[in-house]
Ligand binder design. Structure first.
Ligand SMILES: [Zn+2]
Length: 321
């Protein structure tokens, strides 16, 4: 029954939605606003049903039981978090704008807060070194979004490793939690805005950032960065290397990515965090066209939400087991 409901949700969205919208509005080629509006307009019990159908199992078998339960709640907290840390995590969940929380709920999103590195929830292979010799992400990364799970992760402590990469303890994660949190929610939005109402043959295959107008605006921003960059220094670029390609049009941009298309998911996630006032990199100065696209998207989703929502009480909190 749950699967049926999901199927009808997809099938109820005619292909023309995308095409018709593309002509009338520059944004609509990237997401199906009719399908998103329909999602916001669902009755409360209907959306519970849809969520139940959309929740994925965690991909790792050794994930502890308390991170594994198939729950209708959108956040899971490590029982090892101190009460004030759990409260801080709950405040982060409350800071998700309503339109995004609604999609997070219906599309099966789960946010996991850990206390012993991401490995606490993702223990498989956490003692392996990658081929390039870098440290295993489970103990050193501070945030993560796994597309196949629709699960986002944030840790309050990272692993302290010995020279063999073995964990010998944990230290307080010193990153900016609100930034990382919203960045991971950004990845989720990229994911689901590509999926909601997508034609069946591309369901799950295309994200917001896979659509042409996002790629075109990102390319135009990159072109401008190498063609008429007057104000940025090499140091400015190096600080943002996570979001930049090594080169663009054969000119250096001092980044870590292979090309401008390889940057698109990270740029989207970070720019979304900036639209929520949570950024620290000021990427909007580097990608003004793409940022404008993100602002328009943010505004349009807010409008779609407030016009269509049935204002169901969506849970933000789950008691520690
Ligand atoms: Zn990211």
């Amino acid at each position: 029954m749950a699967a049926l409901l999901l199927a009808s949700f997809i099938a109820a969205t005619p292909l023309q939605d995308n095409e018709a919208n593309a002509n009338s509005n520059s944004l609509s080629a990237e997401f199906n606003r009719k399908a998103v509006a329909r999602s916001y307009a669902m009755a409360c019990d209907e959306r519970d049903y849809l969520r139940d159908a959309n929740i994925k199992e965690p991909s790792q078998r050794s994930t502890p039981k308390y991170f594994k339960k198939k729950l209708s709640d959108i956040a899971l907290y490590s029982p090892l978090l101190k009460p004030e840390e759990k409260e801080a995590a709950e405040r982060l969940m409350e800071s998700i704008p309503d339109y995004a929380r609604d999609l997070f709920y219906t599309q099966g999103g789960v946010f996991i807060f850990t206390a012993q590195a991401l490995a606490e929830a993702l223990p498989d292979y956490s003692d392996y070194r990658k081929k390039d010799g870098s440290l295993p992400y489970q103990n050193t990364y501070v945030g993560l979004y796994i597309y196949s799970e629709k699960r986002a992760y944030l840790t309050f402590y990272t692993g302290v490793l010995d020279k063999n990469g073995q964990v010998i303890g944990y230290e307080v994660m010193d990153g900016n939690k609100p930034r990382i949190f919203h960045h991971e929610i950004g990845h989720f939005l990229d994911d689901v805005l590509g999926e909601v109402g997508a034609p069946f043959f591309e369901f799950g295959a295309k994200r917001f950032t896979d659509r042409d107008s996002f790629k075109d605006s990102l390319k135009a921003d990159m072109d401008a960065l190498v063609d008429d960059n007057k104000s940025f220094t090499v140091k400015d670029f190096e600080r943002r290397s996570y979001f930049l390609p090594e080169t663009h049009k054969e000119k250096p941009l001092y980044g870590k990515r292979k090309g401008y298309l390889d940057t698109r998911k990270e740029v989207f996630a970070e720019l979304w965090a900036e639209t929520q006032g949570r950024g620290v990199y000021n990427l909007y100065k580097y990608f003004p066209r793409t940022y404008k696209l993100m602002q328009d998207m943010d505004k349009e989703l807010q409008q779609l939400y407030s016009k269509n929502t049935k204002s169901c009480d969506l849970p933000t909190v789950v008691p520690v087991p």
